[in-house]
Design a binder for this molecule. Structure first.
Ligand SMILES: [Zn+2]
Length: 100
């Protein structure tokens, strides 16, 4: 197998990104700030920062069945997009009523 073929294969089996299908919201990074002391507004001497760590903020993504380009597909969608009604759901078929 030549190297270009291998690259093409890897591109095919690449994992689905952790990202909303509609608004492209994804994991963001920020800081966690550890503080000690009593805040000035509560009567203390003030807050002192004792540490800063990196952290990640993940969107609330859910796997949903949706119609995309006329096909029923499973996609990751954030709950905001679900609430906003951007997801076109699969139509539910009525169960045939058993004739008595
Ligand atoms: Zn979204």
């Amino acid at each position: 197998m030549c190297s270009s073929h291998r690259v093409a294969l890897l591109a095919e089996i690449r994992a689905v990104p952790f990202q909303c299908y509609y608004c492209e919201k994804k994991t963001q990074v920020g800081n966690t700030v550890a503080r000690r002391g009593l805040p000035k507004k509560v009567g203390g001497i003030g807050l002192k920062t004792t540490g800063i760590r990196r952290r990640t903020f993940k969107p609330n993504l859910q796997k949903v069945h949706a119609i995309i380009d006329g096909k029923y597909t499973r996609v990751l969608v954030c709950t905001r997009c679900i609430k906003a009604g951007r997801v076109i759901k699969q139509l539910k078929q009525k169960k045939p009523v058993a004739a008595a």
